[in-house]
Write a protein that binds this ligand. Structure first.
Ligand code: ADP
Length: 295
């Protein structure tokens, strides 16, 4: 069976309505997968991402992540329709949402709704399954100890991956030093357990035709909400109205300013592991700043 036939069969089965493909069109903007919009009879449209068949687990974790984010009923999330594989490829199908520019209130709606999303909690940090951040594995073994989780499953895990990819001995040493001193950053702060988008940069949100915010392409787990906020600030930042509305809905701890770099380091290490190059230098200067704060 061709992958196109498998996609149509998957949609037909999931929606209990036969999907006959009329046309498909590529969608740009993604960083990892081949994305397209498929259109069937009666104008039914779905958004599809495709990759090699070894990415099936990645797509099934994405579908579960979208479903868990939707459970919070805080912010619009594309509904996952199905995942599958055929002819050496894997795919995920989800609700197609035409994007629009948003209006004067969209950024503050987004901030308020993200704070509401973060109110959705669980017993433990982590998630019921591992997933990926980009294509990098992201371990999520559940724990009540946030600092241990951050040390072992976030920063330490990425640091060891970077070690395997030949990062310099200086960076490794500084990284391990930081991990040993991590408790310092949490002496007066105990994070709530919040569902996180996990990869919240400007390429992973949009507004729908009603100007309502949408988030997609997540790396979901339960963690410290500061981590999502830190990611939004990593590559230029979101609009001031977004942050003002978030703060009004659920103020951040003053220590966020110090911990922000800690959370951003995770993503920079991941960028090194995905793309290599100058991200090692950026990670090392972040480590220098973080280590300078330690007593
Ligand atoms: P990748 O996993 O390759 O990074 P994304 O999930 O970011 O891909 O999707 C690629 C692009 O497709 C996004 O930048 C966005 O413009 C668009 N997109 C993502 N999800 C949807 C959706 N449900 N409906 C419409 N367009 C979408």
């Amino acid at each position: 069976m061709s992958v196109t036939d498998a996609i149509c069969a998957g949609i037909s089965q999931a929606t209990q309505q036969e999907f006959v493909l009329e046309r498909q069109a590529p969608v740009g903007g993604g960083s990892i997968n081949t994305a397209m919009v498929v259109t069937g009879t009666c104008g039914r449209q779905f958004f599809v991402k495709r990759n090699a068949s070894d990415k099936l687990e990645m797509f099934s974790a994405e579908a579960e992540g979208l479903a868990d984010l939707a459970e919070a009923r805080a912010i619009r999330i594309p509904e996952a329709v199905c995942v599958g594989e055929a002819a050496g490829e894997s795919f995920i199908v989800m609700e197609y949402i035409p994007f629009a520019p948003g209006n004067a209130g969209s950024a503050s709606d987004f901030g308020r709704q993200l704070a509401q999303l973060h109110r959705y909690s669980a017993d433990k940090f982590g998630w019921h399954r591992d997933n990926t951040i980009g294509t990098t594995p992201q371990p999520n073994a559940q724990s009540r100890d946030w600092v241990a989780f951050l040390r072992e499953q976030r920063l330490g895990f990425q640091l060891e991956l970077a070690h395997g990819k030949g990062v310099g001995a200086g960076l490794l040493k500084k990284g391990r030093h930081l991990l040993a001193g991590l408790d310092f950053y949490f002496e007066t702060y105990t994070p709530a357990v919040s569902i996180l988008h996990g990869d919240l940069w400007s390429g992973n949100y949009a507004f729908d035709s009603d100007s309502a915010p949408i988030i997609f392409d997540p790396a979901v787990y339960f963690g410290d909400r500061e981590s999502d906020l830190a990611m939004t600030e990593l590559f230029g930042g979101f609009q001031p109205a977004f942050y003002a509305a978030y703060e009004r809905a659920w103020p951040l701890d003053p220590g966020y300013a110090r911990r922000k770099k800690l959370y951003q380091l995770y993503h920079i290490l991941n960028h090194f592991n995905l793309f290599g190059g100058g991200y090692a230098g950026q990670a090392e200067s972040m480590l220098d700043e973080l280590l300078a704060c330690l007593p």
